[in-house]
Design a protein around this ligand. Structure first.
Ligand code: MIC
Ligand code: SF4
Length: 765
């Protein structure tokens, strides 16, 4: 194996800690099996092995009980780490309590090509990178520099391990399920708790089992499994559940393919997804320099997968079971505008015609944290090679965003980048880039209706290039490459032919590639900076006049009375993801400055009353204006407000800015039909009141000029709903029942004005 490493970049991080966990795991799992009196799924084994209290006294009720856990590690990316670490900085601790890392990946704009784009980003984000690097150094956090790669790929390569539990301030933290972890996306405040040495609370997840039979073949890849699952479960079907994959189809798939499936579990709202430890994981651990870890895992391998009795009769042990036969699975294309609109390739011609989707593919983009494994790239390259061999010409633009420097270096060494450059491809920096709107796409400002195809995970409106009229479709890297070559969304490589430069009809051969590099992975500088042993002398600078960073102030405590006279800020219509609540792209640069980023609050949400975005009625003046400015008026006048929303409000990202901005600007209540898990927790953490309509029809009762009072906050207890008195402008009123899912601890957060105020008190005492 040829894996060059830099001086301070060690082979297996935290091996002793992992071995300690493995030593304790069998006894914990056996005890849980005994007290539950039944065989266990893998998810349960990992959860019960990570109970804060040690051994499990009871069979926790899934979907009902809040349980305290002790995660093994924390990962943060630069766009969320700023807020997480600004919060940690106020706790009074001098070192993180569990191994933690920061990854600089979200702030790099993709424009020309990797090197130049990276150099520009390093200059533009200097202040933020310095802050993150110094605060990491101070508090004992591993720091991955810009250019090192995307958090989830770097975590998979270095930190993920079978049977472990981690949390990360990014919804795609779940990617590490590919290596048999329970890895969960959270807001920065949750990460802050765990780094401060406190327990981490989670609603005991329900369990969804996905049995994979058969074997992937031809054009079908792991991505198609999750595209299919997303079509079945929809964007909210996985809420508060762990999805566990098993069966012969699971073991016959690569570890990185498993990562892709788990990664996109975020798109169905799942708490996380996972796979049992198997040979593919062993091969991946060895290839990434972690043979010792694989040996340790082998010692307790039965504890790192579900019990055979569970997999033999899954219906008995999972809350829901889905079966997919991989031998029959078709490649899928999901989109536009939502990742669960799944169309099998054979139906695309029909679907595109019916929906009037532009069929010309303008750009094909592969890579990202979801799909940039060596296997993905080698399979895509097998198609790129056919362009020259068959006398074809690539019709669409084509880009690659490698997930890590290790992958980039290796695919360059193996000649893949050269082959891609022959089809006119551009290689962007090892970063999120176009996946998160950090793409300066030429001509996007013209807002033309157009189609792009990518192998990322999300495709909400405006997400890639800021153009609301870009229709983004999600597919496997192989299919994206084929569609880019054909320049046509309806091209079905299984059945269709292309005409080459000589006018001959040619067919693309199915993709093939290597699961892992035959010559091993290699990298010259992985981009890691180890923290100081003693960071007490490290200075962390936040300038008072900085536009990018702002120290946090404690939010005010609850006033101890019902909230009165709240004005309706916006009644959001339809999909309202965290991208609608706190947009990314150019706004990412304010992720460390709460007041500045608050200027994007809810600007993407559609106002129910006029179908416009960022255009709401100011009840103080009667005039219409942008949401943030209207809310700032309410704040200045000392008037509280309420946001009303539809289903799965806050779907998507873990960004707690979507909760902190309304908190900072004086919104008091968010009342919706249903919430996405991470966002609901983020609201609670920040001391907001997150409520759901008891009767979803009551959403229709809310009028533009309504004013609201809460009734029952002084007796706010778990399980008891709260009433909302809605006063309409014609003098009539409605009383609406609103439910909540706060437990006793979370009610304390609300009363204290936010969880951080509670932690501060604990450390002050
Ligand atoms: C995303 O994919 O939307 C992001 C950007 O990675 C986010 C995190 C963020 O908003 O910083 C996520 O998924 O959590
Ligand atoms: Fe980055 Fe996109 Fe992955 Fe989020 S989903 S971590 S933005 S590459």
């Amino acid at each position: 194996m040829q894996r060059k490493i830099t001086k301070n970049y060690c082979m297996v991080f935290d091996l002793d800690l992992i071995k300690k966990l493995y030593a304790a795991m069998p006894a914990r799992v056996d005890a849980a099996r005994k007290s539950l009196g039944r065989p266990l799924t893998l998810a349960e084994k990992i959860l019960y092995a990570h109970l804060w209290e040690g051994v499990a006294p009871v069979d926790f009720k899934r979907g009902k009980d809040y349980v305290d856990f002790a995660p093994d590690r924390v990962a943060m990316q630069d766009a969320t780490a700023q807020m997480a670490l600004l919060q940690f900085d106020t706790t009074g601790r001098n070192k993180v309590a569990v191994p933690s890392t920061v990854h600089c990946d979200h702030l790099i704009v993709a424009k020309n090509e990797g090197k130049a784009d990276l150099s520009k980003a390093v200059v533009e984000n200097e202040e933020v990178y310095n802050f993150l690097s110094s605060i990491s150094n101070k508090y004992g956090i591993g720091f991955w520099k810009p250019g090192a790669g995307i958090i989830h790929q770097v975590v998979l390569e270095n930190y993920a391990f079978p049977g472990g539990m981690m949390i990360g301030t990014d919804s795609h933290t779940v990617n590490a399920g590919g290596l048999g972890m329970v890895a969960i996306g959270v807001g920065g405040a949750d990460a802050c708790d765990v780094m401060a040495g406190l327990s981490w609370e989670l609603l005991m997840p329900k369990l969804i089992g996905v049995k994979l039979t058969g074997k992937l073949n031809g054009w079908t890849s792991p991505k198609d499994v999750i595209l299919k699952v997303a079509g079945i479960l929809t964007v909210k079907g996985g809420t508060n559940a762990i999805v566990e994959y098993f069966g012969e189809g699971a073991t016959s798939m690569s570890c990185t393919g498993k990562g892709t499936i788990c990664n996109m579990g975020a798109e169905i709202g799942a708490t996380t997804s996972t796979f049992g430890y198997d040979e593919s994981m062993r091969r991946y651990l060895e290839a990434t320099g972690r043979k010792d870890l694989a040996d340790a895992a082998d010692q307790i391998k039965d504890y790192l997968t579900g019990d055979p009795a569970v997999y033999a009769q899954p219906e008995k042990y999972f809350d829901k079971v889905i079966e997919i036969n991989l031998s029959e699975l078709e490649p899928h294309i999901n989109g536009p505008f939502t990742p669960d609109l799944a169309t099998p390739i054979s139906k695309m011609k029909e679907a595109a015609a019916q929906n009037n989707w532009p069929t010309k593919v303008e750009v094909g983009l592969i890579g990202s944290c979801t799909n940039s494994s060596y296997e993905d790239i080698s399979r895509a390259v097998s198609l790129a090679k056919q362009v020259a061999q068959k006398g074809l010409k690539t019709k669409a633009e084509f880009t690659i965003t490698p997930g890590s420097e290790q992958v980039r270096y290796t695919i360059e060494r193996d000649g893949f980048l050269e082959t891609f450059s022959q089809i006119g491809a551009r290689v962007f920096a090892n970063a999120c880039g176009p996946c998160i709107g950090m793409w300066e796409r030429m001509g996007a400002e013209k807002q033309e209706r157009n189609t792009i195809v990518h192998s990322f995970n999300r495709n909400f409106a405006k997400r890639a290039d800021g153009n609301p009229n870009t229709l983004a479709f999600v597919a496997s890297p192989e299919l994206v490459t084929a569609l880019a070559i054909a320049g046509d969304l309806t091209f079905n490589p299984i059945t269709d032919t292309l005409f080459n430069e000589k006018g001959e009809a040619v067919k693309l051969d199915p993709p093939n590639g290597d699961e892992l590099p035959q010559k091993g992975f290699a990298v010259e500088d992985a981009g890691y900076q180890a923290p100081a042993e003693d960071g007490s002398q490290v200075q962390v600078v936040v300038k008072a006049d900085s536009k990018r960073l702002q120290l946090l102030y404690p939010f005010a405590e609850w006033e101890g009375a019902d909230l009165q006279g709240l004005k309706l800020l916006i009644k959001a219509k339809g999909k309202c993801t965290t991208d609608h609540i706190s947009m990314a792209g150019p706004w990412l640069k304010f992720r460390g400055h709460l007041d500045n980023i608050s200027n994007n609050m809810l600007i993407g949400a559609v106002n129910f009353f006029n179908d416009k975005t960022d255009h709401v009625k100011n009840q103080l003046t009667g005039a219409y204006g942008p949401v943030p400015a209207t809310q700032r008026d309410y704040k200045a006048a000392g008037v509280g407000s309420i946001v009303v929303g539809d289903e799965n409000y806050g779907e998507g990202s873990s960004r707690e800015h979507a909760a902190m901005e309304p908190r900072h600007l004086g919104v008091r209540v968010v009342l919706v039909k249903s919430f996405a898990r991470i966002h609901e927790t983020n609201l609670k953490k920040q001391g907001m009141l997150a409520l759901t309509f008891d009767n979803k029809e009551d959403y229709n009762k809310i009028q533009e000029d309504d004013v609201f009072n809460t009734i029952g906050l002084t007796t706010f207890v778990p399980g008891k709903s709260i009433e909302i008195l809605v006063k309409h402008s014609d003098g009539t009123t409605d009383t609406i029942q609103a439910n909540h899912s706060y437990n006793a601890q979370q009610i304390e957060w609300f009363k204290a004005g936010g969880a951080l105020n509670v932690i501060r008190r604990q450390f002050a005492n």
